[in-house]
Design a protein around this ligand. Structure first.
Ligand code: NAP
Length: 251
């Protein structure tokens, strides 16, 4: 029995340059995974790879990637296969917000969010699914949001992208279950990262009042849920959404 939960497994993490993705990468590395770190900011990925290596982990492969670019996504899958010979885990975490009132929402803000959050996840899932199906094993974890479950004024594009990711998760889980490729989503609530830093203090106070546990989440809280879904402990779980939100949304 290996002492680390992901010893010998290969994991791709998108949006690993900061925030939740960075924390997921650090935790998966601590659990013994061979990592492929991707985001647009290669410098930040290389700094994270050095940190992981210094802490005794396997030096990750860093790959500069805009998830909207289908060709580069295919290249990512090829490079991962070349280096590690398999892909066991994909964490689709890359995401953006371009908030604004619906009636004033520009087409470019709609496209940027949908293309990054939803199409990006689709492209990455499609590229690794072929490999995972051949292996007859794989775990895909999509980072959604509670906003995709309940909607939010000022975030129509973001909510649509995250609701889309949840529907995508369930559909692909149904298609790939027979090949032992398990697909689940994690839906964080309010997590303290750069993405949420920009919110006005009054908006943050209002959100805090809606969280039963009375505090905001940390990237590590999301990473622990991802680790569970990436590990052998979740081998009978597919097509599910785990909310990590301090009880903010209970459906
Ligand atoms: P963040 O700090 O803004 O980090 C976003 C990450 O996504 C960065 O690593 C960024 O890297 C990457 N990224 C953005 N656009 C990309 C693109 N086109 N191609 C590749 N990578 C891209 O955000 P976060 O709070 O950690 O959020 C991570 C995920 O959790 C997102 O999917 C977000 O929607 C979700 N989430 C967050 C919260 C929250 O409260 N923070 C709540 C619910 C869900 P580069 O800029 O280097 O490309």
């Amino acid at each position: 029995m290996p002492s680390k939960r992901l010893e010998g497994k290969t994991a791709i993490v998108t949006g690993a340059s900061r925030g939740i993705g960075r924390e997921i990468a650090l935790l998966l590395a601590r659990e013994g995974a061979n990592l492929v770190l991707t985001a647009r900011n290669l410098e930040a990925l290389e700094a994270l790879a050095a940190e992981i290596e210094q802490a005794g982990g396997v030096k990750p492969l860093c790959f500069s990637l805009d998830v909207k670019n289908a060709e580069k996504v295919e290249e990512l899958a090829d490079k991962t296969l070349d280096k590690y010979k398999r892909v066991d885990i994909l964490v689709n975490n890359a995401g953006v917000t371009k908030d604004g009132l619906f009636v004033r929402m520009t087409e470019s803000d709609w496209d940027e969010v949908l293309d990054t959050n939803l199409k990006g996840a689709f492209l990455c899932m499609r590229a690794v699914s072929k490999i995972m199906m051949k292996q007859r094993a794989g775990k895909i974890i999509n980072i959604a949001s509670v906003i995709g479950l309940v909607g939010n004024a000022g975030q129509a594009n973001y909510a649509a992208s995250k609701a889309g990711i949840i529907a995508l998760t369930k559909s692909v889980a149904k298609e790939l279950g027979s090949r032992n490729v398990l697909v689940n989503a994690v839906a964080p609530g309010f997590i303290e990262t750069e993405m949420t830093q920009a919110l006005a203090p009054e908006a943050k106070d209002k959100i805090l009042k809606a969280i039963p546990v009375g505090f905001f989440g940390k990237p590590a809280d999301v990473a622990q849920a991802v680790l569970f879904l990436a590990s052998e402990e979740s081998n009978f779980i597919t097509g599910q959404v785990i909310t990590v939100d301090g009880g903010m949304v209970m459906l």
